[in-house]
Design a binder for this molecule. Structure first.
Ligand code: NAP
Ligand code: ZN
Length: 346
């Protein structure tokens, strides 16, 4: 075991405290990563505030991790000391079920092991990236290509892959009209990636306050959902709608914006159930779907794609002491567009 510094929350809605946690000794396939930056995802907040169910405390969140390799287990060949690496939302899976074998470890039939708030293979609760170091099995470590700064790369490990995966799966590209609902951490990466894939991109945001940003990030069109005229104007318009909103939305209104065979994918994860009229789906043979992060192979593909297209997150870098304040701002949609914690400040 080795002691490392971390920021942990001792209970739901309790402020963060600087503390010391134990990381396991390196097994033959483990990589010790010196964390440089950890993004703040809205899922950290849902989890720690127990909006999705009971959490394990003290909780060290963080599943958008970028750093460098500090030590290697005896059998690791993929990485060398000093390599720039990342870790996303999962640190293990069974590796044997059909979904794992297909490269969809996030849908492991025995349950992928979360980077935090889960029980790791050593039988201890996992602890995430709000810490100076993390030990991770090399199969769950990603290579961060040269050319993307570690600070702007960190949010790609969750926000980036969570949008890349459904955009690729449902064929976002030239000739496709794609809407991104919510211009937050996930949404702004969705705009950048959908634009780079060649789709016609529309942002559906609560107001027009971020319109200039949205266009700069790659949106062709921008509408306010607080304006009822938006829903009239865009009826049966989109091939694909990706909903990143962390609160429940009136799903039928959004489904009405899909053209024939259009798909609405929810990646936003409000705890409440969402009512849907079957008629909204029958009309235009629409689908309503969900999607969870992406597999390891696809996450590496996303990182390489982002490097090739010069994409990273738009970030605001903070210190460990500013986490509580940053969380409040995320909840109030007051962030353009991702907080990233500089673990050098711990
Ligand atoms: P975020 O930065 O807070 O962004 C969410 C955006 O939704 C806000 O910026 C805001 O955009 C919009 N919004 C917020 N409250 C709203 C409301 N009451 N009504 C309408 N729009 C509202 O959060 P995030 O980190 O991107 O995460 C978004 C959601 O995705 C969370 O629920 C998170 O848990 C989930 N998530 C899912 C996965 C997955 O694998 N599926 C992965 C990561 C995160 P505007 O100001 O533009 O309206
Ligand atoms: Zn996340």
């Amino acid at each position: 075991m080795r002691s490392v510094t971390a920021f942990a929350t001792p209970g739901a809605k309790r402020p963060f405290e600087k503390t010391t946690i134990q990381r396991r000794d390196l097994g033959p396939h483990d990589v010790l990563i010196k964390v440089a930056y950890a993004g703040i995802c809205h899922s950290d907040i849902h989890t720690a505030r127990e909006e999705w169910g009971p959490a394990i405390f003290p909780l060290v969140p963080g599943h958008e991790i970028a750093g460098t390799v500090e030590e290697l287990g005896a059998d690791v060949t993929k990485y060398s000391i000093g390599d720039r690496v990342g870790v996303g939302c999962m640190v293990d899976s069974c590796g044997e079920c059909e979904n794992c074998l297909a490269g969809d470890e996030q849908y492991c039939m025995k349950g992928a092991v979360g980077t935090y708030n889960a029980i790791g293979k050593d039988g201890r609760p996992t602890a995430g990236g709000y810490s100076t170091h993390i030990v991770v099995d090399d199969d769950f470590v990603l290579a961060i290509p040269d050319g993307i700064g570690l600070d702007v790369a960190a949010p790609l490990l969750c926000a980036g892959i969570t949008l890349y995966s459904p955009l690729r799966h449902w064929g976002a590209g030239p000739g496709k009209r794609v809407a991104i609902v919510g211009l937050g951490g996930l949404g702004h990466m969705g705009v950048k990636i959908a634009h780079a894939l060649g789709a016609e991109v529309t942002v559906l945001s609560q107001t027009l306050s971020k319109q200039e940003d949205g266009k700069r990030l790659g949106a062709d069109h921008y509408y306010a959902t607080s304006d009822a005229a938006t829903f009239e104007q865009l009826k049966a318009h989109f091939d694909l709608i990706v909903n990143t909103v962390s609160a429940p939305l009136p799903i039928d209104s959004y489904l009405s914006l899909l053209r024939l065979d259009g798909v609405m994918v929810s990646v936003g994860a409000p705890p409440e159930p969402l009512p849907v009229q079957v008629f909204s789906l029958m009309n235009n043979r629409r689908s309503f779907a969900g999607s969870s992060i992406g597999g390891i192979r696809e996450t590496q593909e996303m990182l390489d794609f982002c490097a090739e297209h010069g994409l990273g997150a738009e970030i605001e870098v903070i210190s460990g002491e500013q986490i509580d304040e940053a969380w409040e701002r995320v909840v109030n949609s007051d962030i353009r567009y991702r907080f990233v914690i500089d673990t050098g400040t711990f």
